[in-house]
Design a protein around this ligand. Sequence first.
Ligand SMILES: [Fe+2]
Length: 235
Amino acid sequence: MPPLARREPVPAKHLLPPLPFEYAALEPSIDARTMKLHHDKHHASYVEKLNTALEKFPELQERTAIWLLLNLIKIPKEIRTAVRQNAGGHVNHSLFWRAMSPSGVDAPGGPLADAIERDFGSLEQLKTRFAEAGQQRFGSGWVWLARTQLKGGRLQVLSTFGHENPLLQGHYPILVNDVWEHAYYLKYENRRADYLKNWWAVANWEEAAQRYEGSDRSTRADWEAEGGRFLAATP
Ligand SMILES: [Fe+2]
């Protein structure tokens, strides 16, 4: 009887998640061409570069993208910068697509609405803080509504540079907007303030409310599973 052929293990791969809506679904706030480029080229490129960086390190291939970010010290120096940038880009964009909806409600309800009232005074004041943070972020980055784990779970608006994620500083993301120029330049050119203002029409408050309620019970294991689809290796 001939020996059974050995199957080579299939390396785990990070996957580009599909957009949860059509490219044109967020118009007029965000145009279809921007969405197509942003998802199919920019996000896809982060996923591809992350997989390439991990090619020579099978022991890291089964780790989630956010685990890699939370454990950068364990990443070999030769790929640490590539992992930081591309796992960050992958996680943040995966969260970003879900932070928008063509059919969302105009305002949050439930415990998130109460928390916004408590921590900002009103939804309008939160939006003002969000716009300021997005405007003041010099260069490329992200603006977040996040829940601060170290301050009794209060909400906070913050911005991050490049593809940094607030989880690395102990803040759980509730809602996020991308303020890299590739997110708005085709339609808004240099008018980031207009983009930030119009973005509220597509903000996904239902997703934000779910994330807020889930964050109450979140554990480090939940954090390590945040953002980014993952295809596990099969023997
Ligand atoms: Fe982006």
